[in-house]
Design a protein around this ligand. Structure first.
Ligand code: ATP
Ligand code: MG
Length: 234
């Protein structure tokens, strides 16, 4: 579904990513692990077209090099940014509508909204509430539901567990699992919580200082001593 080759990008003069190669197979969950500052967020930003990058990004057989961020969303690439990125002044409902900006069909938007309200009852109860006044867990759910409104084929999520209590984190990961196992959605998840992520991911990559240093099945990585020492609580 996604094949990234030689991805380099940075801020100003210096590169943060130094020729990153990785791929995501359709229908799988892929985890991207790495310490603070390794460049994980930069990868997702480059993939979704929020910053310029060099190298090739093949998404479902199409070279994304020439498409802008909006066109990438329309092609099925959704990005839930680190820190959620919901519009705090807008209501829950307006945030969901904003997530559907690439969808032209009003009926489809209304149907999808009801569908995600059913899946996220806490959002349904708070349709008219300002997003900025939601709890952290509710905001992460809104960010997720908003991304789903674009009908993504590949959902990229940056640090979904950040700042959330373990129970809410577990709930978010259960939703990811359902999206993948029942709806066949492909997921690329950036996480500090490697233990939890490797329990449900199929494959994983470790990024260090802007380059991939380890890759394999989630099981391989759980058994890898260097990964255990740096990223797992063992
Ligand atoms: N807007 C920016 N301007 C300048 N440098 C930046 C900017 N954003 C990130 N960087 C730098 O790029 C490097 C990689 O940052 P990035 O946010 O991609 O890391 P990360 O792996 O997502 O880290 P974290 O786990 O803390 O979120 C860091 O050294 C960071 O300081
Ligand atoms: Mg980050």
């Amino acid at each position: 579904m996604l094949k990234v080759q030689g991805l380099s990008a940075g801020y100003g003069a210096a590169d943060v990513l130094h020729g990153v190669d990785f791929s995501v197979e359709q229908g799988t969950v892929v985890a991207l692990l790495g310490s603070n500052g390794a460049g994980k967020t930069t990868i997702l930003r480059a993939l979704s077209g929020l910053m310029p990058a060099r190298g090739t990004i093949d998404f479902r057989g199409q070279d994304l090099g020439k498409s802008n961020a909006g066109q990438r969303v329309a092609l099925g690439l959704a990005h839930i940014p680190q820190g959620r990125g919901t519009f705090g002044e807008f209501t829950v409902e307006d945030n969901l509508a904003a997530g559907a900006y690439t969808i032209g069909d009003r009926r489809q938007i209304a149907q999808d909204m009801e569908r995600w309200y059913t899946a996220f009852p806490r959002l349904a109860e708070r349709r008219r509430q300002q997003a900025g006044s939601l709890s952290g867990g509710e905001q992460q759910m809104l960010a997720l539901a908003r991304a789903l409104m674009s009908r993504p084929k590949l959902l990229m999520c940056d640090e979904p567990s950040l700042g959330l209590a373990p129970a809410i984190t577990q709930e978010i990961f259960e939703i990811f699992k359902t999206l993948n196992r029942e709806l066949g959605m492909t997921l690329l998840v950036v996480e500090q919580n490697a233990d939890l992520t490797l329990q449900f991911a199929h494959r994983a990559y470790v990024l260090e200082s802007g380059a991939i240093t380890v890759s394999g099945t989630a099981q391989d990585l759980r058994g890898n001593e260097a990964v255990q020492q740096s990223y797992l609580g063992v």
